[in-house]
Design a protein around this ligand. Sequence first.
Ligand code: SF4
Ligand code: SF4
Length: 419
Amino acid sequence: MQRLGDRVRLEFEQTFMFYLPRICEHCLNPSCVASCPSGAMYKRSEDGIVLVDQDRCRGWRMCVTGCPYKKVYFNHKTGKAEKCTMCYPRIEVGMPTVCSETCVGRLRYLGVVLYDAERVGEAAAVADERDLYGAQLGVFLDPEDPEVRAAALRDGVPDRWVESARRSPVHALAVRHRVALPLHPEYRTMPMVWYIPPLSPVVDALASTGHDGEDAGNLFGAIDTLRIPVEYLAELFTAGDPAPVEASLRTLAAMRSHMRRINLGQEPDPSIAESAGTDPERIEELYRLLALAKYEDRYVIPTAYGVDDADRGVIDEIGCSLDYEGGPGMGGMGASHGRALGPPLGEASGRPDPAGVETFHALRMRQTSDAPADRDDLRGRVNLLNWDGNGRPEGLFPGEHGPGEHGPGERRADREEDR
Ligand code: SF4
Ligand code: SF4
């Protein structure tokens, strides 16, 4: 068994060395925010996204060392701190982040999690770091609870957000099925990007040593016996407490065995699910979420603006805070309503620019169609942060119908000729 244990450990170490994708955790108790002397780092109250106000950042770099996940970077050209923005301009219009949408493994899920902000500090301060996972779960609120829903609506959380929380795949994986776990909760920042520990190295090791890697007994036995991978995973996800990792792996193992019986046309065995502390119905629900979920099930994102707001034309298209000369997007601020926006840095930057309903719809069209948006005032402007990889927008490459080469009228004439 020791040889098998060594093999599994090696597999796990290789897995984590190469395949643990890391982004900013958009923590509930962000130490980057606490460490910024300028007050430039902030957590948005409306959706919890943690951002750097580029106007207020004075380049102290305290946030770079203050983030234990090492997710703040210093831009030496601009002298400002930068970090993952959770692609907030996309999130605001109900679209997934670029890293989620482009993930070939379809392993990222996005959704709303309701939580009690007043209990975050207390939960982050529990004495035993092994209690932090449970304490964070305790801060999350059940969107099915009528009292929670009434309180959310009373506190101004829009109804569509509460409804999204009910359908949230993140809440389901973290709270309902308990298969997703926080990364390094011992940092006490209450991270919000959670991970499902991998079962595949255990399965592969069983299979390669001649065991049936889909048999529930073998899988449960391997999880119980092979302490090393469980403890290794526990160091990553639960401050060293092996119990939640074991529970997660047992649920995944039960799902694997349960679904194999169904796929082979055998009678389902409820004892498999029960031995993982769940039931066949929930196991099949988890299977649908992990293996079959469609786009709209993996990303349940309410828009920042209500339909009424869009109809009244009061919505804003807010540019990416990093989209300025020298920033990672390296773009200008573009144009809206046919006019240039304000300067990228300084007092007038980063302010919402009032946008009409047509801009809202153009933004959606730009992301969801195969063709570039057909609006003169968007032509020659390609926001790579928002580009979904479809089509070949004009101005994507320098010198190819870029701004200044042709006027919008000429380009329209070109297209007429093409037809
Ligand atoms: S991961 Fe780091 S940068 Fe992101 S919110 Fe947490 S402390 Fe801040
Ligand atoms: S693609 Fe968006 S959400 Fe993903 S890491 Fe980059 S900025 Fe963050």
